[in-house]
Design a protein around this ligand. Structure first.
Ligand code: TEU
Length: 546
């Protein structure tokens, strides 16, 4: 399976399917749902970390990279899950959190005990004037340096204090992490997602950095390409499906990360398109999505990556992002149509599409109304920060309802019955009431469902090489709410048009006579063309092959 015409399905293990009634998803639950994933037509499954962890960051704080957290099952369950998927022609991508470990990892326990060899596995520095080495903030809103009295040293953590950053300058660390990859390759894993990979190369002279966001000083660091190339070539994973999560990266770096001539990764995630509703770039300040900026970002990244031989992972959702139908679509009148429009836009782009669990059935944000309903360390921290900055409880809860990562972590909605079929126990996170009509079982029975539309999107990628292999050019439509692009391969042309607005919109379009491959409403677009354009219905989307 080459990654260019593959589709990846992302599973957040804690919320996918609970097989033993403890209210938490697990590996046997994933295995039970493999036939469903096969029916979706996906090629790979990216599963989030299920390794031993104190779960301060729901598993992105790894205490042992080569074992299975009993909360999620046993190593045998893991081996059976991989084997069963292989029999169905599906490969597993495991999630490697190599920028940091948990503070429970044995390496960090030895460092805290003062073992100099293991202290050099991490980034310890002396304080300055009784305070931290640098006035840095971590991604979850706390200071990024934690003091260890017994050592009279501070250690760096770009995320939670329970997630100390690893020192990639240390060749022993790099070799330890290569051995982790080798271990999982030996278990039959077919690919890897690398968590915040572009943060691993820290500035050469940390002490010379200024104050502010710690991550902003560490992204795309001085040895990042060298470290990635060394990891990939030394473990022989260059031909596997690999994807790097690249925080706040640049187009130039993503071209290098993903161009085959670099011998680095197959592709990477960037997040610029998912910050167009951040007021002044602040995730915790609300703003309606800036569609002009959204269009500009997609156009630039798609056309430049195509021109310069890079490869995009294309997606809306993951376990850190709010649900896309709540964010860029409509939860009301046009819920189904807008969910389909958003899927259409992504799946015909140049790149490898990722479907996040529940996206294929149009799952929405959680709409929690009480801070006690939330679990995620990031939003609980920011609730306090917002309140300290003067937001009322209501204002702060309104921000969390739109921004919290818990929005994407509510349990998968399998059926309209008790707990949406996710668990026979008490779900670890509350399930939105709309599971009664937004669920797999109900949508299986509806030929016009979001679920069956996503199946068609995935099938078309396999059927028409132009989607995986074609060039791309964005088209002018004369309307900021109407996005259109053209894929070309030889003489073939695929034109995709999406109305991102909830009203009728006029767009300047010239379409060659062709076949409407797919649309989320009536397939009468060709007849409706007049005076060099088309009036699009709210959230209308279609693709024409000519
Ligand atoms: O996410 C990196 C990251 O920056 C996230 O915090 C995300 O971009 C941000 O919350 C969006 O506002 C990765 C993992 O995907 C995330 O789940 C982990 O919490 C984080 O790294 C630390 O491992």
């Amino acid at each position: 399976m080459d990654f260019q015409n593959s589709v990846v399905y992302q599973i957040y293990v804690k919320s996918f399917c609970d097989s033993n009634g403890d209210g938490v998803g697990d590996l046997n639950g994933i295995r039970a749902k493999l036939p469903y994933l096969k029916s979706m037509g996906v090629d790979y499954i990216w599963v989030t970390p299920f390794f031993p962890s104190p779960m301060f960051d729901n598993g992105y704080d790894v205490a042992d990279y080569c074992a299975v957290n009993p909360l999620f099952g046993t190593m045998r369950d893991c081996e059976d899950m991989i084997e069963e998927a292989g029999r169905l022609g599906i490969g597993f991508m495991f999630d490697m959190v190599f920028n940091h470990t948990s503070w429970d990892h044995v390496w960090f326990r030895k460092a805290l005990a003062g073992d100099p060899e293991y202290m050099d596995y991490y980034i310890f520095r002396d304080g300055v004037n009784g305070g931290p080495p640098l006035d840095w903030t971590a991604s979850f809103g706390t200071p990024a340096w934690e003091y260890v009295p017994d050592l009279d040293k501070w250690y760096l953590h770009l995320f939670d204090k329970s997630q100390p950053d690893l020192n990639w300058e240390n060749p022993k660390v790099r070799e330890e992490l290569k051995n982790v990859i080798r271990f999982w390759l030996g278990k039959g894993v077919k690919g890897f997602r690398f968590d915040v990979l572009n943060l691993i190369s820290k500035p050469e002279h940390l002490e010379e950095c200024g104050p502010g966001s710690g991550s902003s000083y560490c992204k795309d660091g001085p040895r990042i390409h060298e470290f990635i190339r060394e990891m990939v070539t030394d473990t022989g994973i260059e031909d596997l499906v690999t994807v790097g999560e690249m925080a706040s990266t640049t187009l130039e770096n993503c071209i290098r990360y993903s161009n085959p001539e670099s011998h680095e990764l197959a592709m990477c995630f960037n997040f610029h398109h998912l910050k167009v509703d951040y007021k002044n770039g602040d995730k915790w300040a609300l703003m309606d999505p800036d569609l002009v900026r959204l269009h500009q970002i997609f156009r630039e990244w798609q056309e430049e990556m195509s021109r310069q031989g890079g490869w995009n992972a294309v997606f809306w959702c993951n376990h850190d992002q709010p649900r896309v139908v709540s964010r860029f679509g409509d939860e009301g009148t046009y819920w189904k149509r807008s969910a389909k429009m958003l899927g259409t836009f992504i799946h015909f782009l140049r790149g490898t599409p990722y479907v996040y669990q529940g996206e294929e059935i149009g799952m929405t944000n959680a709409h929690y109304t009480d801070i006690e309903q939330y679990n995620d360390v990031e939003c609980i921290n920011y609730y306090q920060i917002l309140r300290e900055r003067g937001s009322s409880e209501q204002e702060a809860l309104e921000v969390l309802a739109r921004r919290s990562r818990d929005n994407s972590r509510t349990p998968m909605q399998w059926n309209p019955r008790h707990n949406a079929g996710f668990t026979n126990g008490t779900p670890w996170l509350e399930i939105p009431d709309n599971y009664r009509f937004i669920n797999v079982e109900t949508e299986e029975r509806d030929p016009d469902s979001v679920l069956n539309y996503y199946r068609t999107l995935i099938r078309l990628r396999k059927q028409y090489p132009i989607i995986a292999n074609g060039g791309i050019r964005f088209l002018e439509t004369g309307n900021v709410r109407v996005f259109a692009y053209e894929r070309t391969l030889g003489e073939q042309r695929l034109t995709v048009v999406c109305n991102f607005g909830g009203q009728e919109e006029r767009a300047a379009l010239t379409l060659n006579a062709g076949t409407v491959l797919l649309c989320n409403d009536k397939a009468d677009q060709m007849e409706r063309l007049q005076n060099g354009g088309l009036t699009l219905r709210p959230y209308e989307a279609f693709a024409v092959l000519s």
